[in-house]
Design a protein around this ligand. Structure first.
Ligand code: MG
Length: 165
């Protein structure tokens, strides 16, 4: 069954949001790299890659269902570095906002009786549980670390070991 116009438009909006997420994390990664915190930069760079994969998964879904992809301009990332903690609090807040937008999309899939989109979105719902957990863990670590530079470097080393999922 062909995808509805309403569902297609909602997915195209989400594709833009996923690319925006990628762009935001790339901006953050650059900032941490410039501060010689290569582990944080690495973690954020993987996040950048994953967000592009999220966008492409929606993109492929539209194509598989005979829908059309509409790529919109990606906004300039709204990020200014103040502290490590503030940056990761922003990651956590951003992921909470993404979760809300995935839930909205799921509501649309329910009202449109779009079963394939519901199945696809269940993957994103699970993924967001993971994303929120990862961000919250780093925020918690940074709160404990506070301003102790040695501990920051230890966390940087740990984040540098993240493999691509
Ligand atoms: Mg995402």
């Amino acid at each position: 069954m062909a995808i509805s116009k309403k569902m297609q438009d909602a997915i195209n909006d989400q594709i833009n949001k996923e690319f925006y997420s990628a762009y935001l994390y790339l901006a953050m990664s650059a900032e941490f790299a410039a501060r010689n915190l290569g582990g944080f930069a690495h973690w954020l760079h993987i996040q950048f890659t994953e967000e592009q994969e999220h966008a492409l998964k929606f993109y492929e879904h539209l194509l598989e269902r005979g829908g059309s992809v509409a790529l919109k301009p990606i906004a300039q990332p709204a990020f200014t570095y103040t502290t490590n903690l503030a940056a990761f609090e922003q990651v956590a807040e951003h992921e909470a906002a993404v979760t809300a937008s995935i839930y909205n999309l799921y509501e649309t899939a329910l009202s449109e009786k779009d079963y394939p989109a519901q199945v696809l979105l269940q993957w994103y719902i699970n993924e967001q549980v993971e994303e929120e957990k990862n961000a919250a863990e780093i925020v918690e670590s940074l709160k404990r670390i506070d301003a102790h530079d040695t501990a920051v470097l230890m966390l940087d080393h740990q984040l540098g070991k993240r493999g691509g999922d």
